[in-house]
Design a protein around this ligand. Structure first.
Ligand code: NAP
Length: 329
């Protein structure tokens, strides 16, 4: 039974670039949930936040997790903290929404998923790209170009100033695990299939310890190939999903929310798909599952499988040959 009828109290850990989006949307109002507490390392900023909004701040996220007003935990920190936050939330019997990548490694992710299951609490992975309306539309339009021959997915973004991105202990990997994970999950979401084999190459253009450019490819269980390019070396941002079929091609420009269908040499359809902030849709879905007991739309297992795909790519790049994706992950 929630302390506020019809609304679940969320404790948000991390108020940086992305966590501040969660906080803003929760303060603006999201059906089924409200902001019950926050945690960050900057105590002065945390206390100032409490003064401004009347929401309790905890310098130690462990304290936030155990507070009774926090009925579910949202982790938006550097991913190196996800495992500890997840295990603590499971021990406290609290459901959790964890930002991608779910874990730094498959072994950690498995431990997290098992802990949540043993505790009987929901674990949702915030693979936010799944909620993007233009990609949902691409998915529902796939029959128009069937049979599908391959997917080509691209994500290029500017490099943010975070130093943890170049620290394997906090980030687990480079751009592939950090933002490419969206595209790896998208392969499963669009095709409903698992990847069986991965190959690829990584490059460090401006980073010292992890890749900032990756080109990888997968073979799915049906034999379907999928090609993924991801980088943080560009000015400007491109996120594109292209589905190539025998009866035509679908091109989704995610940042501009445009879906184009090509038939022969002509544009058969071009649609501007109304967009909404992904974080709001993720929070709505999480709150709905908490209130109704319905399964979360992106599970811990889903988060884990995307990490397994990334891990296979790293191994393939190191060994210079295609390797199997760990499907028992
Ligand atoms: N789904 C998406 O589209 C999307 C987009 C962007 C990021 N993300 C994910 O969101 C996560 C955070 O990324 P970001 O860009 O927001 O990083 P960020 O700007 O560096 O923010 C990290 C936050 O974590 C807080 N933090 C670090 N250690 C902590 C600790 N021990 N206790 C409490 N708080 C702690 C920091 O607190 P201080 O600020 O006080 O130091 C900061 O607020 C990452 O997992 C990233 O992959 C997802």
């Amino acid at each position: 039974m929630s302390r506020v009828p019809g609304s679940v109290g969320l404790g948000v850990v991390g108020m940086g670039r992305h966590g501040s989006r969660y906080v803003k949307h929760l303060l603006d109002g999201v059906p089924g949930c409200h902001l019950a507490a926050v945690s960050r390392t900057d105590t002065a900023a945390g206390r100032a936040f409490t003064e401004r909004h009347g929401v309790p701040f905890f310098a130690d996220w462990r304290e936030l997790v155990t507070r009774s007003e926090v009925e579910a935990v949202v982790a938006v920190t550097p991913p190196g903290l996800n495992r500890d936050i997840c295990l603590s939330a499971a021990r406290a019997g609290k459901p959790m929404l964890i930002e991608k990548p779910l874990a730094l490694t498959v072994a950690e992710g498995r431990e997290m998923v098992d802990a949540a299951r043993a505790a009987g609490v929901l674990l949702m992975t915030a693979q936010t790209l799944r909620f993007t309306p233009v990609l949902e539309r691409l998915r529902s339009s796939l029959p128009l170009i069937a049979p599908l021959e391959y997917l080509s997915l691209t994500m290029r973004a500017e490099r943010p100033p975070h130093t943890w991105l170049d620290d394997p202990a906090q980030a687990g990997g480079g751009v592939l695990l950090e933002i490419g994970i969206h595209l790896l999950d998208l392969i499963r979401y669009l095709t409903g299939e698992e990847a069986v084999e991965a190959a690829g190459e990584m490059d460090r253009r401006h980073t010292a310890r992890v890749e900032d450019l990756a080109q990888v490819r997968f073979r799915l269980a049906s034999g379907l190939p999928c090609y993924v390019e991801v980088s943080r070396v560009s000015g400007g941002r491109v996120c594109r999903a292209e589905a190539v079929g025998q009866a035509g091609q679908l091109l989704a420009d995610v940042d501009r929310s445009l879906l184009t269908r090509i038939e022969g040499r002509a544009i058969a359809a071009a649609e501007s798909v109304p967009d909404r902030p992904a974080v709001v849709m993720v929070l709505e879905a999480f709150a709905r599952s908490l209130m109704t007991g319905a399964p979360v739309p992106v599970s811990g297992e889903d988060g884990l499988r995307a990490v397994a795909m990334a891990e296979a790519c790293y191994r393939a790049a190191r060994e210079g040959r295609p390797v199997p994706v760990n499907r028992t992950a």
